[in-house]
Design a protein around this ligand. Sequence first.
Ligand code: SAM
Length: 333
Amino acid sequence: MGQKHSAHSTQHLARIQRLGAALDKQTTGDKRRRLLSAKRKTPSADCGVTTTMNIAALWDWAVDELKTVGVDSPRFTAELLLREVMGWSRAQLLTRGAHIVPDECEERYRGFIRRRSLGVATQYIIGRQEFYGRDFLVTPAVLIPRPETEILVELTISALRDRVENMPILDLGTGSGCVGLTLAAELPQAEVTLSDVSQAALDVARENAQRLGLMDRVLFSQGDLFGAVEGRRFVAIVSNPPYIPETDRASLSAEVLGEPEGALFAGEDGLAVYRRIAAQASAYLSPGGLLLLEIGHGQGAAVSDLLAQGGFPRVELFRDLAGKERVLRALLA
Ligand SMILES: C[S@@+](CC[C@H](N)C(=O)[O-])C[C@H]1O[C@@H](n2cnc3c(N)ncnc32)[C@H](O)[C@@H]1O
């Protein structure tokens, strides 16, 4: 990650920024008109009544605040957070500029904007992130799921979709559970073990499993890599492990550095966790089992070598839409 992981997150942010830039253009012209505050008092979803500040004025205040500290896509970010506070859709927000914001909503919103200005990621503020069409709860105990990781999931699903027998699958380093829980949701014959060294991360994954109604087909196991699943065998091991080189730390944004250390860094060269996975994975796979790993751009050759040494002579490399190395798929010999 680093150059690599920041590409990981950069791509994700770029998508949000493009949306934000389009929105900024579209709405700036309306600013003066929307600032004409109607002095009506309007009840909101959950925040009670009163105050004299309307939606348009509060939104513009937030955009200025976020601009001042250099937050990307300030209007879009301000919109997302305002929608969250009001419990409104985008269309509702855009057509209700004159609505008076209740005091508690305004206070909560100002708190959100303050935290975002201090570099807290929007997803940690609103507490969730969409992944493969589902909402996942996120807290600062887990990595924010990235859209690029959907490639790892997609490749696993297409490799296993036609199998009919019960399929034990391991999601190694599950974080929010986004990878393993998506596999459980998409593959009805899968029984997925979600493992992580962090109990706090597993607690978030468990909450996500409950919300998604998947508790009957998932297991949770805390431990250091394969130490969490001693003596077990899987038809597939899937992992998006930490892979940022320590040497890239200085180049990371405040938002990325707000994610758990243990989810980001993997030694000086970023390969420390791959070394261990490659050396041990064959002992935890059934004959013909699959190992799928997300990798950072530029790590493909080094990780393929490690896998060859670990008993995986045939390794395929997949790139993301930006042409960057993203996933390795290896079949146990
Ligand atoms: C890059 S995050 C990926 C999280 C999630 N799978 C995703 O794709 O969003 C890596 C995860 O691996 C976990 N992890 C790091 N080192 C580990 C280890 N030695 N054993 C087990 N899990 C580990 C971290 O706690 C973190 O949740």
